[in-house]
Ligand binder design. Sequence first.
Ligand SMILES: Cc1cc2nc3c(=O)[nH]c(=O)nc-3n(C[C@H](O)[C@H](O)[C@H](O)COP(=O)(O)OP(=O)(O)OC[C@H]3O[C@@H](n4cnc5c(N)ncnc54)[C@H](O)[C@@H]3O)c2cc1C
Length: 342
Amino acid sequence: MSRSSNLVLCRDAPLECHNSFRVPAQASWLAEIGNPALIPEILAIPELRNRPVLVLGAGSNVLFTKDFDGLVLVMANQGKRVLGADSGTVLVRAEAGVGWHDLVGWTLNQNLCGLENLALIPGTAGAAPIQNIGAYGSELSEVLDTVEAYDRHDDRIVRLDRIACRLGYRESRFKQEPDRWVITAIELRLRYEAPLKTNYPGVAEELATRSGSPPTARDVAEAISRLRRRKLPDPAEIGNAGSFFKNPILPPDQFRRLHERFPALPVYDTPAGKKLSAAWLIEHAGWGGFREGDVGVSPKHALVLVNYGHGTGAQVWALAQRIQDSVWSSFGLHLEPEPRIL
Ligand SMILES: Cc1cc2nc3c(=O)[nH]c(=O)nc-3n(C[C@H](O)[C@H](O)[C@H](O)COP(=O)(O)OP(=O)(O)OC[C@H]3O[C@@H](n4cnc5c(N)ncnc54)[C@H](O)[C@@H]3O)c2cc1C
């Protein structure tokens, strides 16, 4: 291992503490960096130059099914600050290694709103654009202004505006081009005042438990945090990566045919089409609370696959594939995994 104030570099590094599934795996090399200026230096080290590279934040959206024979680059650069204000909006910058939930809390402390519905999502600020994190009726795309990233094709740091990031439902150009980008910072455009989004199922009811003045952004964040703690298994106790599958989005015709066969199928209208509940499909294919050995489907939420202790990534992935086959034969729908499978 070599260590300086901004760099920790180790060989044969265990990854168990670098993934929220807590499955065992090893990386041939792991570099934890606190300064993006070191990226080109590390990638140029002769032993590392031609190896695969995996950029990692907190590892809460990855599944290691085997060892990683390459360099794991953990972005650990810190810092968050207000860059400036402009016609009612405030530009905030967070370095890639900042914890996402810490950032949400910090913006609320500055009396800024925009991130309240994304409270308690695990992970780092740098990973947030990868799948355009979303929850409780909000998505990062609503507030993202700029992504700063190291472009491995051109060996330089570039700035990408929101359009260039090509964000969609759990999608982005970074997800489509995983070998190109190392996100070094994000900039968000927030507001001191904005209408709060409280119409997502459960949020208004949770807010109704408090009395007094109209809810603030902090009240919404706290209500959503309470809902999430009740509904999702805590990765600190049971390994998981949140939702394992994306909710399928269907064109209206295909949805109509399916709805005729399954009238109880929940649906949400989105600009991209009819969004179905993958959790409902998994439950109704008979997988609710399923457990085999140390891997299973969370009894709290059918969309969450879990590692009860000694499960491996290969076992979780084998279970995921059985669920995919079963949903396909029951409903004719393909469930697409949300985490990155390695
Ligand atoms: C309990 C639980 C609940 C969750 N709830 C939600 C939710 O409500 N909504 C939601 O959208 N997600 C949710 N997730 C998924 C996860 O929290 C997010 O995807 C989060 O953004 C991942 O951050 P991370 O730092 O852990 O990324 P990692 O898991 O480390 O990486 C995820 C992906 O991003 C890439 N990546 C990471 N950092 C960088 C970087 N700096 N530059 C380039 N690429 C990078 C990785 O290569 C990988 O492809 C949940 C996960 C858990 C465990």
